[in-house]
Ligand binder design. Structure first.
Ligand SMILES: Nc1ncnc2c1ncn2[C@@H]1O[C@H](COP(=O)(O)OP(=O)(O)OP(=O)(O)O)[C@@H](O)[C@H]1O
Ligand SMILES: [Mg+2]
Length: 445
């Protein structure tokens, strides 16, 4: 039987006072595939281990099918864990590995029929007589999955099960896991720091940062309506463009958001969402534009709701089915700490590398540490003697996705059209203010 798993205000502190998981509440439905997503160290494994009973809950309640379960032994919870490092017994064959937990649970029952049925289902019959050292990484992970499935658990708890595999195999096994868990209808909690994996696997995704739940929603929802700038930046490739903006809302003129040397003029009459920006008059905000919210076209061809900018081509990234064009628009990127992988473009400058100075990533990490529980955004003080962290070293401040037929070279000045319907605006603390936080997705949930 598959399980409902609920956490109510669950916290974990290893050393007194420091919560690595902070008042987490989640209701995982029976049969649901829930992904815990977040950067390294945000508490994902800790949450999983608390659900499994391998880690004590410091505060809060864990319910399994509505019953308090915090005191249950791991063996009483009937959950199967699959780990990143496969964790097979090296001195046992595939069959031995799959049979072992069945023997422990039920010493009087012959494990063979269940092991054989599971092996057939996974197509791993030919691996049963081999030892782990005779298996490839992907094969080992299949056996580990088999061991979990053969137990007929009421839930699967998977901790980055694919991260030791190469990209091709990872994609393949990802599809297998998705099909299998859905076919079995078993509640699955899956931990990953890979947003693409989370988006492709999860019925819902819970985004964690510094032990705090940032957002819980379907993949569509967290992409389309990220609650804050951290979620917006963590989800989606290429990463959303985040630019520092200044709202100008004169009583007798059009509302604009200035982006350094250029500005976005919000179309009149103002939409309800844009009217909310009036109170930001004179304030700094963060403008979020996904790479598909901007297209390369002349102002004359603007459709309703599109506004013009221009960009200087800095770098063209050919990706086969599409091209990513990095533009310089004269704006300044906002920095979001705690993100594991800044844009690939954010490399230390040659000068800094020669000097052995801190890398951009290092500096982001420092900031992330300092800001763990604080606001999610650093708006660099323009008075700072040092230049803002990322801006000067990026080849561009705006990445636009386009079709491969377009021929652009570095140094060209190109007209751009921004689809204002896909404009995100976040306040100084990184909370989304536009579209309105009250906006509910029409798509699902
Ligand atoms: N046994 C422990 N004692 C003290 N601190 C711990 C212990 N286990 C984990 N931590 C700390 O708790 C925090 C969360 O760790 P956790 O392993 O849950 O992170 P994670 O999100 O799974 O990271 P990763 O993606 O790197 O696996 C980290 O700061 C970690 O250093
Ligand atoms: Mg972990």
């Amino acid at each position: 039987m598959t399980r409902a798993i609920s956490l109510h205000d669950v916290s974990k502190a290893y050393t007194r006072g420091v919560r690595v998981v902070d008042r987490l509440s989640l209701d995982i439905r029976p049969g649901e595939f829930l992904v815990l997503l977040g950067p390294s160290g945000c508490g994902k494994s800790t949450v999983l281990r608390m659900i499994a009973g391998l880690e004590e809950i410091t505060e809060g309640t864990l319910l399994l099918d509505g019953e308090e379960a915090g005191e249950l032994l791991p063996s009483e919870r009937n959950m199967a864990m699959v780990f990143q490092n496969f964790a097979l017994y090296p001195n046992m064959t595939g069959r031995g590995n799959m049979s072992f937990p069945l023997r422990v649970e039920n010493p009087n029952e012959d494990p063979r029929p269940r092991v054989d049925a599971t092996a057939r289902m996974l197509g791993i019959e030919d691996l049963l007589d081999r030892f782990p050292s005779q298996l490839s990484g992907g094969e080992r992970q299949r056996v580990a999955m088999g061991r979990a499935i053969a137990r007929h658990p009421s839930a699967f708890l998977m901790d980055e099960p694919l991260s030791n595999l190469d990209a091709k195999l990872r994609n393949h096994l990802r599809a297998e896991i998705s099909a299998l868990t859905r076919e079995l209808g078993v509640t699955t909690v899956y931990v990953t720091h890979d947003q693409a994996e989370a988006m492709s696997l999860g019925d819902r995704v819970a985004v964690l940062r510094g032990g705090v739940l940032q957002q819980l929603g379907t993949p569509r929802m967290v992409y389309a309506l990220p609650r804050n700038v951290f979620v917006a930046a963590f989800i989606g490739t290429p990463r959303i463009n985040l630019l520092r903006g200044l709202v100008r809302a004169p009583l007798d003129g059009a509302m604009t958001i200035s982006l350094g040397k250029q500005y976005l003029r919000l179309p009149e009459p103002l939409s309800l969402d844009h009217q909310l920006l009036r109170v930001q008059q004179g304030r700094e905000v963060i403008v979020g534009l996904r790479s598909e919210a901007v297209r390369i076209a002349k102002p004359a061809s603007a459709r309703p709701g599109e506004v013009a900018l221009t960009g200087l081509v800095e770098h063209v990234e050919f990706q086969g089915h599409e091209v990513l064009v990095h533009f310089n628009t004269g704006s300044q990127p906002a920095v979001v700490p705690d993100l594991e992988a800044p844009r690939p473009a954010a490399r230390p400058s040659r000068r800094r590398r020669r000097e052995g100075g801190p890398t951009v990533l290092g500096r982001l990490r420092e900031r992330a540490g300092a800001l763990r529980a604080g606001p999610v955004v650093v708006l660099d003080d323009p008075q700072e003697s040092e230049p803002p962290s990322v801006e000067p070293r990026l080849p561009g401040d705006l990445v636009v996705r386009t079709t491969p037929d377009i021929d652009l070279r570095r140094g060209l000045q190109v007209p751009l059209l921004v689809d204002i319907a896909h404009l995100f605006v976040f306040d100084q603390h990184g909370e989304r203010i536009c579209p309105s936080p009250a906006r509910l997705p029409d798509l699902d949930e």
